[in-house]
Design a protein around this ligand. Structure first.
Ligand code: CO
Ligand code: CO
Length: 324
């Protein structure tokens, strides 16, 4: 993507507070001194077999970037590609119902959408939210001395890959679905109440990929304690079965010089840390003195997974360090 963005013309606009140059998947446009729009969109092919769950996951995933920046979603629009002639319309109803229910849970309003005839189903949403221009949480504010908190387990990419290969354990489908349909709203509310330095949601680049972006944007080095990182229990079995998603392999290859991994960290676990996530949790960086307060608030708001997984250091020779 960087190649493409760098070859596009630049049309500077002083109202654009976060734009394409930062490679963020959400943009922010200032309307007035106290209001800015936060906009994002995401869509993908089915990742689970249940159409209602797929719709819910697509919506939770599309909303996630708004929550990661500390915004409040206001409106949503459906994006749908669908083989109308081949597939039962009831499936379409279930997908859109899943999306609509999640949007309703977020407090936003579904205001429209667009459908296109296509050979393969693709569904997602564009989301518009609001945010105070001075209260935007970005991935650029992490500071040495901060600690890192993660709010969902890793491994959805491996589990989705195992679903597609028909090799998945039933309990993994239900655990991963439960996690992916969960909005990052409660986590975002807690982080705004406590006040944090930086945040990113964990999606297609995996934990290490999004952490790398945070390290580069904040000009610091992040270290992770591998054994403390929450993962779906036994999802490493899919690494051993050769079911690592292609995008996860690419992240690992692309980032190999930016990451220093202690040889004592299990090889399979390393692949989970690079695993591409769908509707993953928030990675929050905040001063050590406030971490107890954040964890208490997260749990109080019903966030199931709350783990302190790493620390922020002055910029060193690599972006990321992983120790056992
Ligand atoms: Co996104
Ligand atoms: Co994101």
């Amino acid at each position: 993507m960087a190649y493409v963005v760098n070859h596009l013309p630049e049309y500077p606009n002083e109202r654009v507070l976060v734009g394409p140059k930062t490679f963020a998947d959400a943009g922010i446009y200032k309307i007035s001194e106290d209001t800015a729009l936060v906009q994002t969109l995401d869509f993908f092919t089915p990742i689970v077999n249940n159409p209602y769950d797929y719709g819910q996951i697509a919506a939770a995933n599309a909303l996630s970037d708004v929550y990661a920046m500390g915004g409040k979603p206001l409106t949503a629009m459906n994006i749908l590609c669908y083989p109308l002639k081949l597939l039962d319309r009831d499936i379409l109803v279930e997908i859109l119902k899943g999306g609509a229910d999640k949007i309703n849970e977020s407090g936003a309003a579904l205001v429209g959408g667009h459908t296109l005839q296509d050979n393969e189903i693709k569904y997602g949403l564009s989301i518009t939210g609001i945010i105070h221009p001075d209260k935007i949480v970005t991935n650029a504010g992490a500071m040495a001395g901060d600690v890192l908190v993660l709010t969902k387990p890793l491994g959805t990419g491996l589990i989705i890959s195992a679903i597609k290969a028909n090799k998945v354990l039933a309990e993994h489908i239900s655990l991963a679905t439960k996690s992916m349909v969960c909005l990052n709203k409660a986590a975002s509310d807690a982080m705004l109440e406590v006040g944090v330095s930086a945040c990113t949601d964990i999606t297609g680049f995996g934990l290490i990929g999004h952490a790398y972006e945070m390290a580069e944007a904040s000009k610091i080095t992040l270290s992770f304690f591998a054994e403390r990182i929450p993962i779906f229990e036994d999802c490493e079995r899919y690494v051993k079965m050769g079911l690592i998603p292609g995008v996860s392999k690419l992240s690992k290859k692309y980032l190999k010089d930016a990451v220093r991994i202690d040889p004592k960290v299990r090889k399979e676990l390393v692949d989970v840390l690079f695993d591409a996530q769908t509707s993953g949790g928030l990675l929050i960086s905040l001063p050590k003195g406030r971490v107890e307060m954040l964890c208490t608030k997260l749990r109080g708001k019903g966030v199931v997974t709350v783990e302190v997984i790493g620390e922020v250091h002055e910029r060193g020779d690599v972006s990321i360090i992983v120790t056992p």
